[in-house]
Design a binder for this molecule. Structure first.
Ligand SMILES: [Zn+2]
Length: 478
């Protein structure tokens, strides 16, 4: 049996009990116990504070994940939904979102965290370290869910983070840097068309701050009114208070289901994310001359539709020419006008998404697409009436020290791991702008996400929470 298989069997066998180094003794400290509140990691592990080895002694912590409670919480949170189970629909600032928020704040309180919320409803639960003036270590994700999606996307990174805190408390760990669990507002763009709204604003986008003052949903409800109805933005001008000071967090780690099939297919319990690819999106418009599909002869045509078709193929060519598997490009929208079978398209509209983990290479692709649009318009005697780069977010690299902490944590827990790129983007993409960042992936069934079949096995959740807990402990002491 391969090493992976052996460890998988062991994981399954022990997942509901304990996994840690067997030489350690599990000691439960009561929350009221004086000893627990004053005990620091080095005291707990027996290493003197001056010994740098105490950072490595964390492997002797007994990490006891309450798998049944965690699953119960995931199931309970899923009931706050505007669609019948197993489908979950929880859209920003709706009654169900507000109920879900209340549920999360309650769990944070039960974990002994001090809870605060900012003006747009990012929720923070803080466990003060014994050097609380140091920059804190953050962890978290989102709990909003697009219509008819599943119950694990984002949720695992919030409920799992609260459970990681519980695990560390039970193990008698005392953080040096404070630990903060964050529930980000609206990672999904469902209601206002802006993805990662909470983390984007935390990371300090003044453009977004201004845009939010004038943003409406499809029912013409303004962002500010919607936020008010959920109990936020009581003062219209206070959005700047959301922006995080650079250096507020010394590190940020997000636990998330992979949303892809790789870990499950390869039988690997943990993914250590090294980079998050970020999209650029582009809108292109061509204007030609319409006419009768029978009467206008081919040499005299100025067909905007064919220009669009040629550009779509050019996008594919430029992406493939990069020579990297990490470069991707998609023409997801191609509209023709007047859209009649017997009419030559006089207008064409394309929307292009291109992503890469290498920003220079991604930007080169964007530039080549622009050049092709110009050349094609000239060749086909149509007008390039619009070329708008809608967004061009830089990709984010995970911090090398956090990667090391995640790798060491996985190894110390005897969990196989794989270094991988996140092709979907997450709140971590924006947190990386204001903090060193890392992400931990766990396998999910067939890579399904954003649909009711989304599923992560209890043993994978346990593994993810343990790696998160140990990583947080390491970063807290660093
Ligand atoms: Zn997510």
């Amino acid at each position: 049996m391969s090493r992976i298989n052996v460890s998988l069997v062991l994981i399954c066998f022990f997942s509901f009990i304990i996994t840690s180094h067997s030489k350690s003794t599990y000691t439960e400290f009561d929350d009221d116990d004086e000893d627990a509140t004053i005990k620091t990691m080095h005291q707990f592990s027996g290493y003197p504070p001056s010994n740098p080895d105490h950072y490595h002694s964390l492997s002797s912590l007994s990490l006891l994940v309450d798998s049944l409670s965690l699953q119960k919480q995931i199931d309970e949170l899923a009931t706050f939904s505007d669609s019948p189970l197993p489908a979950v629909t929880r859209v920003l600032y709706t009654d169900m979102d507000v109920a879900g928020r209340r549920y999360i704040k309650n769990l944070m309180g039960l974990a002994g965290l001090s809870v605060r919320e900012d003006a747009i409803g990012n929720i923070f639960g803080r466990w003060d370290g014994y050097e609380p003036e140091l920059a804190a270590v953050g962890t978290g994700s989102h709990t909003d869910a697009i219509p008819y999606s599943g119950k694990y996307d984002g949720v695992v990174g919030v409920l799992g983070a609260i459970e990681a805190i519980n695990v560390l408390k039970k193990a008698g760990f005392k953080p040096k840097r404070s630990l903060e669990v964050i529930m980000f507002t609206s990672e999904e763009p469902t209601r206002f068309g802006i993805s990662c709204l909470g983390s984007r604003l935390l990371a300090g986008s003044e453009t977004l701050e201004k845009a939010l003052m004038n943003t409406f949903d499809s029912q013409n409800v303004s962002f500010l009114d919607a936020a008010k109805s959920a109990g936020y933005t009581r003062d219209n001008d206070d959005l700047s208070s959301v922006l995080l000071k650079n250096g507020f967090y010394s590190g940020f780690v997000e636990l998330h289901i992979e949303q892809g099939p790789i870990l499950e297919a390869e039988g690997i319990p943990i993914g250590v994310v090294t980079a998050i690819a970020a999209p650029a999106s582009i809108k292109v418009d061509f204007e030609g001359v319409g006419g009768h599909a029978g009467a206008a002869l081919m040499p005299s045509r100025n067909d905007a539709g064919l220009a669009a078709a040629e550009l779509a193929l050019a996008v594919e060519k430029h992406v493939l020419d990069s020579g990297s598997i990490d470069t991707v490009g998609t023409v997801g929208i191609l509209d023709l006008h007047p859209r009649a079978v017997n009419s030559i398209p006089s207008k064409a509209h394309l929307e292009i998404d291109t992503r890469d983990i290498n920003e220079t290479r991604r930007n080169e692709v964007v530039e080549k697409i622009h050049q092709s649009a110009i050349d094609i318009a000239k060749k086909r005697r149509v007008k390039l009436s619009g070329f708008e780069i809608v967004n061009q977010d830089p990709p984010a690299l995970a911090d090398s020290n956090i990667i090391k902490a995640m790798e060491a944590s996985s190894s110390e827990l005897n969990l196989n791991y794989k270094l991988m790129v996140s092709r979907a983007y997450h709140d971590s993409l924006f947190m990386a702008r204001v903090s060193p960042m890392g992400m931990i992936f766990i396998p999910c069934y067939k890579g399904y996400s954003h649909k009711p079949e989304e599923y992560a096995a209890p043993e994978d959740l346990v593994n993810g929470v343990k790696v998160l807990a140990l990583t947080l402990a390491k970063l807290s002491l660093s």
